[in-house]
Design a protein around this ligand. Structure first.
Ligand SMILES: N[C@@H](CCC(=O)N[C@@H](CS)C(=O)NCC(=O)O)C(=O)O
Length: 198
């Protein structure tokens, strides 16, 4: 597998996922200042010119959450995804999709100071509802599916960690702070987020 990567990007999340799985892969550095992400060779992999991307044989996967879900299913023996058809699988999908479809746009719009839109029409609603949902979806203990750590924690927990680290979520609740601390204590998180390793 080839993992297209830049250390200051969302590819750190997919690298974390690969590290959780201990999955053999080739790390392909994409040099943003040199415009490598917009060269035809890379645009043929991801027409968005963005990282991360994963190439597994003739399968191309883009979008960080999709890559995490793909990898969890590729290595079922590692237990980072609940079985297809299980009760947990529905909850799992919810945590995989919510950050990218709703939280990322909401926090970006908030950071840009944009207010002139209909919260009823846009998919991300408003900040108050997003914050309430983050709190409701964050587990008191353990992981989002209970005792089993899954790719849903990499995606949801990784998003919350990013928001806290970069000040987008300035006053996280005690519950959210504790969950983010548990995320950051994982050995694979620490390895993949260590700036000295990149
Ligand atoms: N929705 C994408 C977003 C990926 C993304 O925005 N990547 C940024 C770095 S974090 C990037 O590659 N930017 C380069 C560019 O747009 O030129 C995902 O979740 O993978």
């Amino acid at each position: 597998m080839k993992h297209y990567f830049h250390p200051m990007s969302r590819a750190v999340t997919t690298h974390w996922m690969l590290t959780e799985l201990d999955a053999a892969h080739e790390q392909v550095f994409i040099d943003f200042p040199n415009g490598e992400n917009n060269r035809p060779e890379y645009r043929a992999i991801n027409p968005m010119g963005k990282v991360p991307a994963l190439v597994d044989g003739d399968i191309v996967v883009t979008e960080a959450a999709a890559i995490c879900a793909y990898l969890a299913d590729k290595f079922p023996e590692k237990g980072l995804a609940p079985p297809v058809g299980s009760a947990e699988r529905g909850r799992y999908y919810r945590y995989l999709f919510f950050p990218g479809t709703t939280l990322e746009p909401m926090f970006t719009v908030n950071q840009l100071g944009l207010k002139d839109y209909s919260a009823q029409s846009v998919g991300w609603g408003d900040l108050e509802r997003c914050l309430a949902t983050i709190d409701a979806m964050t587990p008191e203990e353990g992981w989002v599916l209970g005792k089993q750590f899954t790719a849903a924690d990499v995606v949801f927990g990784g998003t919350l960690d990013y928001f806290v680290r970069f000040g987008l979520l300035a006053s996280p609740s005690a519950k959210v702070s504790a969950y983010v601390s548990r995320i950051k204590a994982r050995p694979a998180y620490r390895t993949s987020h260590d700036p000295d390793l990149h």
